[in-house]
Design a protein around this ligand. Sequence first.
Ligand SMILES: *[C@@H]1O[C@H](CO)[C@@H](O)[C@H](O)[C@H]1NC(C)=O
Ligand SMILES: *[C@@H]1O[C@H](CO)[C@@H](O)[C@H](O)[C@H]1NC(C)=O
Ligand SMILES: *[C@@H]1O[C@H](CO)[C@@H](O)[C@H](O)[C@H]1NC(C)=O
Ligand SMILES: *[C@@H]1O[C@H](CO)[C@@H](O)[C@H](O)[C@H]1NC(C)=O
Length: 324
Amino acid sequence: MAPAGLLLVVVVTAAAALLLAAPASAALPRVEHAPKADGTLAVLAVGDWGRRGQFNQTLVAQQMGEVGQKMDIDFVISTGDNIYDDGIANTTDPLFEESFSNIYTAKSLQKPWYLVLGNHDYTGNPLAQLDPAIRNVDSRYTAIAKSFIVNSGIADFFLVDTTPFILHYWNNTKFDWRGVAPRDTYITNLLKDLEYALTESKAAWKIVVGHHPISSGCGHGNNTELEELLLPAHGVDMYVNGHDHCLQRISSRDSHLQFLTSGGGSKAWAGKFKATPDKVEFLYDGQGFMSMRLSKAEAHLAFFDVAGNALHCWGLTKTAAAGR
Ligand SMILES: *[C@@H]1O[C@H](CO)[C@@H](O)[C@H](O)[C@H]1NC(C)=O
Ligand SMILES: *[C@@H]1O[C@H](CO)[C@@H](O)[C@H](O)[C@H]1NC(C)=O
Ligand SMILES: *[C@@H]1O[C@H](CO)[C@@H](O)[C@H](O)[C@H]1NC(C)=O
Ligand SMILES: *[C@@H]1O[C@H](CO)[C@@H](O)[C@H](O)[C@H]1NC(C)=O
């Protein structure tokens, strides 16, 4: 059931094929997802969701369906922690359908979902979520690698696997580091590949997506490892993450970069807050999701709650952002 307009091209160069055997630097895999005929793009972003519908996951899903319909979305981005508490065990684990297929049933959501993994996915079988066989169960579920690029004309989305960055996970035996360990090599190669991809990108909008926040005023707060290592440059406009179960917009103190948290897919209302040196423009501790409508010159973004209220809407323009 490949949706019309989707051209799924996985570029595997000779170097990338080699990467599978022996980790080395190579081009990040790409999905080509054509924008609408007029060149614009409409996307929803949600994170921290798979709980068999509990903790308002179902309500968030319904409103995503409504908003998705109105916006005629092209695809959905998931910021990770796709399945609680420990990911899935294999591609036919019933938890997958119970937490994904049976929940996001709206017609407008029958589009590709491009996903990163979160720490909760890593304590199960993370490779099962990347296995193409999972698309025999639900054809939408598209994580072609732990880090990959969705190339969509006016916008490039750089999906980055952030879990291996977080140091304290490495002392926890529940994490499955197959294809990742040793950490240093993995991160060095990933950052090299990302930097190369960012400098090569010709897209008007460059959006980096990862599970963990770089800067956050919600419960988990900013991540030192990511601030030091990942903090994207090269004209990146937005860093979109989950992990903190809230909706949040932060403006960087140093650049035009926006830190956007969309981690309200199910359990929320933690009531815990942290300090961040950046400017918190908006913070909502409850459930919801984010929408994005992009044209070459403008981005219109919004956060929605479980009742479908637009809690916070804002716009970015390329001319305003040009003062970088
Ligand atoms: C579900 O959402 C409603 C409305 O925001 C909220 O009052 C309620 O506490 C939420 N339930 C849970 C389990 O978070
Ligand atoms: C897949 O995982 C589920 C849940 O743990 C388990 O019940 C099932 O036996 C597994 N299937 C295979 C083929 O291993
Ligand atoms: C992990 O465990 C080792 C050995 O117990 C310890 O030296 C190290 O500081 C721990 N690292 C982190 C990040 O907790
Ligand atoms: C986040 O930023 C604040 C302010 O710069 C800093 O004090 C703190 O150590 C950082 N890390 C965390 C985890 O809060």
